[in-house]
Design a protein around this ligand. Sequence first.
Ligand code: URP
Ligand code: ZN
Ligand code: ZN
Length: 459
Amino acid sequence: MLLKNALLALETGAKKGDLRIKQEIIQEIGEGLIPLPDEETLDLDGKILLPGGVDVHTHMDLDLGNVRATDDFYTGTIAAACGGTTTIVDHMAFGPKGCTIRHQVEAYHKLAGGKAVVDYSFHGVTDHVDDAVVAEMKDLIADGITSHKVYLTYGGKITDYEAMKVMQLAAETGIVIAVHHENDGSIAYLREKHLSQGDTAPIFHARSRPPETEAEAVARTSYFARMAGDAPLYVVHLSSALGLDVVRSARKNGQKNLFVETCPQYLFLDESRYLEPDGLKYIMSPPLRTPDNCDSLWEGIIGGDVDTIGTDHCPFFYNKEKQLGKDDFSKAPGGAPGVEARIPLMFSEISSSRLSLEKMVALCSGNPAKLFGMYPKKGVLAVGSDADLVVVDPNKKVTITKKILHENTDYTPYEGLTLSGWPILTFSRGEIIAKDGEFIGKKGRGLFIKRNLPDLNVR
Ligand code: URP
Ligand code: ZN
Ligand code: ZN
């Protein structure tokens, strides 16, 4: 197929031109390419061609014990495809206490295989770090699992000793350690304090997890990573100005391999949502923050301090699972949908001149692909890369509403936001899988991506 006359979002800048797809791959990029006999041609004049979105923070089918995230790898990747995301790297749930990482990798191959409609991989996850886990992480490099997630809060949190151990391994091997940064003890104390005072409403979710709890945790692990010899450390879902300050200061002090992800919810929504009657919809950790935190994160994006935009897509139904928290915020499952809206939300900021096209593509596709070992197969319009492509109509104004989205839940946190530009075609390895907001691909067509070691050159 030959795509003609599009504005191509190339790494070197936007350029009008043509792109030829052959056997799942981008075969040629140029100007005035002549259609071959029998070649299907699509005129994309006035449209923008982006590399497919790469969302390295989803939780499909996440098993929390009492509830399960409501998108599985089928519904969730349909939503991804319709929203212009063609690759996900999922953060797996903890398995049985103390289980191996492989236990979960095998379980997740079963959850995703035959279901996912876009290409996918998994971050390893563990609730403990000992010599066996270190050896397993080393072995898993050959299986294409080159990043792992650890938590500093929740049931499966690791100790400082364990964090040091895993950072040492990352420094030695080049794998990336993704960390959920929240200080467990202070959150437990504040939560108990609020609940004992009868402060059970959703806003107290935010009050019991203030920015300091995030900043402390980021400071702690960034020092560990530094002591280990600048281990590659990836801060997932950064939500606060205070946390970003810690990152800036660590980088100023010479730490190079410290990377930051934020998510649309921390850019477009603020903690006033918790005061609304449906405040439970926004229970997630870390919580939404005050508007000045959103502004600081935008400044971080513009200034180059933020490296990637993920979603932390982890949906539940407001009228079902979220109601567990109706009398006590701490009982509501944490997480919200977002995989479908990420590319449209971020693209729309180009028209408001907050973001350049190049930066948007770097944050949403190129950098996540590099940091998680998938570049240049994914995340870039380049000859030889997978033909994972998104055609955006920049003139299409869309008001987001749950009805037009495919996420398996009963709400979107972005309801009512009007965006400029919307994906109208999504290609995955050369095949059109979403068109005008509808999925037209086949169940289970997505492939597991055996990832390489990370490419840390994103700044
Ligand atoms: O509340 C959230 N974000 N739930 C999903 C798991 C996590 O912490 O990323
Ligand atoms: Zn998290
Ligand atoms: Zn998450």
